[in-house]
Design a protein around this ligand. Structure first.
Ligand SMILES: [Mg+2]
Length: 256
């Protein structure tokens, strides 16, 4: 698949390229809290089932229950079953959720992660280049960043042309995107010694590991700490802000 990238927004010169650190950063998880969108999508998917499901007894999970299941990788089919669905109704529900999750009326539920603004601002001030590598379409990413006044903190963006890839979160897609990002950044002359890949799922850790990067798994996203730990990331941190603090210290100490 062709790389989709926007031009470098910082327009840095050759000398700066030699000295700036680069952080490859996932979008959903480190920057965006998608939990409310996913929960509202679940509820919208269930809503018509009561009417069409005959004697089905629909049980809405609370948001805390739903998100705990998602963080521990309980299959969506099991979540549907625990919500009172059976047989073909589960397939109908899952198809509906997949069709709904990127609808504009649900995308508005995406929220900025707590402290993500502070984290991205700190990285920007420290001269760390943040390159987003995501399975979301670039126009969705740019619209969200613009809404939160964060475009200036991002140096480049590698996304996917389809809006279905992020929900499926397939590891091979993430590896391919990160590969394209690393190759393009290297071609453009940026210093990629000791770059980090930061993300909230196994796909991010495995992509970073496949390319020999240090990996930072954040626990503020869609996977639990114990689940992420099993993939042995280089660092496990609560959020992007904590990672930014750590990187800033290394920049000040001249280690990056
Ligand atoms: Mg993510």
């Amino acid at each position: 698949m062709d790389a989709i990238s926007i031009p470098d927004l910082l327009h840095t010169g050759g000398i700066a390229k030699m000295t700036q650190s680069t952080l490859f950063c996932d979008f959903d998880g480190p920057i965006v809290d998608v939990s409310e969108r996913y929960y509202q999508t679940y509820r919208c998917g269930l809503a018509p089932m009561q009417a069409t499901g005959g004697d089905l007894s629909i049980r809405h999970l609370s948001k805390a229950q739903f998100w705990t299941f998602k963080q521990n990788r309980v299959p969506d089919r099991q979540i549907a079953h625990w919500s009172g669905l059976e047989g073909d109704h589960i397939d109908t529900f899952l198809d509906r959720v997949s069709a709904l999750v990127n609808h504009p009326s649900l995308l508005v539920h995406d929220q900025l992660q707590a402290r993500a603004y502070a984290g991205l601002s700190m990285l920007h001030q420290s001269g760390v280049r943040v390159v987003i590598v995501t399975l979301r379409p670039p126009d969705q990413v740019m619209a969200f960043l613009a809404r939160h006044g964060l475009e200036h903190t991002i140096s480049d963006l590698y996304g996917m042309p389809t809006d279905q890839a992020a929900y499926r979160n397939q590891t091979h897609h993430k590896i391919e995107r990160l590969q394209a990002a690393v190759a393009a950044q290297t071609r453009q002359g940026y210093d990629l010694s000791h770059p980090w890949m930061i993300g909230d799922t196994e796909a991010d850790i495995m992509a970073g590991q496949a390319l020999g990067l240090d990996t930072v798994a954040v626990t503020c996203g869609i996977r639990s700490q114990s689940y992420l730990q099993s993939f042995r990331p280089t660092h496990l941190m609560p959020d992007l802000w904590t990672a930014a603090q750590c990187l800033q210290q290394q920049v000040l100490l001249g280690r990056r």
